[in-house]
Design a binder for this molecule. Structure first.
Ligand code: HEM
Length: 390
């Protein structure tokens, strides 16, 4: 087993790797890890050869006891978005994409700016009196969920309950786990799934539109499930990682201050070097080859997105945070092809607002507690980010 599979960031992402490598996971399953930008692009844009069907498969098979708990909550995740290679995908994606249309996203920007500005003022006051602040908990954690709720009607559940459910889902499906933990996570995920099921049957907004288009209750639940996880947890992770990165990039902050560096360019370099989703999976549909390596049908393929952003074929300074450098935007943090992230515009808008408003907070701060990320095949899941002035 290679621990690298579950910590695909930091030191691992800079190590020497072949273009494709077979890596055996914690339960003995081999995965073909693809490390080069061009190969990953090919993989993601050819859904006939490399299907997305395994995108939400649990990397640690869920034991019977935990499956019973999930079944008790009538938990089902039929193919809807990320793991859907069927004919229904374009239509479901179209309905979700309408809800996240760039014009609707842009309309949220003033509201979000106002909210972030107020929070930053409060945090600045705390820093001014020498107290520490947790930029994850007090700034980044709930913002994406609050915006998503304004764009897409969501179940009327407390923010904390949705965050706990989403993080439990990311752990249950993408982490190396023991049975006791799987049982606890299945209980958490299952409980919220019941809430989603009721909302899918009765809720307005996106749920109502999917129902009106004739999609089954399972599909509506599946779409909401994915949105609640992918549509907010990813972005709060990204905001945290980007702010942490910027504390160590004083020249970039100075450029932001003087206006010489554009906020949008900082966001792109952030996505390239600190992607919250470090890998994404596909499965070979047929016997094929990838980078000269034979790939048997059924092989699990891990696209190392974090590594793709650092491919020396892409940029002159792949390891340096240089906003605006040629090739910076060609990262694959949002995937590629027919399943490319439909929330990319939204995530970029949120990150731009947070960088513009919160970067000045980082001047003169010391990191008391950097973000710590648990073992996970795909998601970074930082837990905190505490700074203090001086
Ligand atoms: C920085 C934040 C985000 C990152 C890095 C990210 C990344 C990704 C990646 C890598 C994929 C898989 C792409 C592929 O298979 O080629 C994906 C799919 C998806 N993302 Fe995001 N995402 C982010 C934020 C969001 C947001 C804010 C939303 C919605 C509110 C969202 C909704 C989706 C959906 C619905 C899909 C599935 C699309 C499909 O299969 O057609 N994501 N995202």
């Amino acid at each position: 087993m290679s621990p690298v599979l579950f910590r695909g960031w930091g030191e691992a992402v800079d190590g020497p790797w072949p273009d494709v490598a077979t890596v055996v996971d914690h339960i003995g399953v081999p995965h073909l890890v693809v490390t080069r930008h061009a190969l990953i692009r090919r993989l993601l844009t050819d859904p006939e050869t490399f299907r997305p069907d395994n995108a939400l498969d649990a990397v640690t098979p869920i034991p019977v006891a935990a499956l019973r708990v999930l079944a008790g909550h009538r938990f089902r995740l039929p193919p809807t978005l990320a793991n859907n290679s069927a004919a229904s995908h374009p239509e479901i994606r179209g309905i979700v994409a309408d809800a996240l249309h760039p014009e609707r996203v842009a309309a949220q920007q003033p509201w979000l700016t106002d909210l972030v500005r107020h929070r930053v003022a409060r945090l600045a006051a705390t820093l001014d009196v020498g107290e520490p602040v947790d930029l994850y908990a007090e700034l980044a954690a709930d913002l994406p969920l609050l915006v998503l709720a304004r764009l897409v009607e969501l179940p009327d559940a407390p923010v904390g309950a949705v965050k706990d459910f989403a993080r439990a889902a990311l752990e249950l499906f993408w982490a190396p786990l023991d049975e006791a933990r799987q049982l606890a996570l299945a209980t958490e995920v299952g409980r919220f799934h019941t809430v989603l099921r009721v909302f899918a049957a009765t809720g307005g907004g996106l749920a109502a539109r999917l129902r009106a288009a004739g999609h089954s209750p399972d599909v509506v639940v599946g779409a909401l499930f994915f949105l609640l996880v992918a549509g907010q947890e990813t972005t709060s992770q990204f905001l945290t990682l980007l702010l942490h990165r910027l504390t160590g990039e004083p020249t970039v902050r100075a450029g932001l201050r003087s206006g010489e560096i554009a906020v949008a360019d900082v966001v792109e370099e952030g996505l390239r070097l600190e992607p919250p989703i470090v890998t994404w999976r596909r499965v070979a549909a047929v016997d094929t080859t990838l980078g000269g390596t034979a790939v048997a049908a059924g092989t699990s393929i891990v696209a190392w997105l974090a590594r793709a952003g650092r491919d020396p074929e892409l940029l002159a300074a792949p390891d340096e945070f240089r906003p605006g450098q040629r090739g910076s935007r060609r990262h694959l943090a949002f995937g590629a092809g027919p399943h490319r992230c439909v929330g990319a515009q939204l995530a970029r808008m949120e990150a731009a607002v947070v960088v513009a408003e919160a970067a000045p907070l980082l001047d003169g701060v010391t990191v008391i507690r950097p973000p710590w990320c648990p073992d996970n095949l795909t998601f970074r899941m930082p837990d905190a980010f505490v700074v203090r002035r001086g």
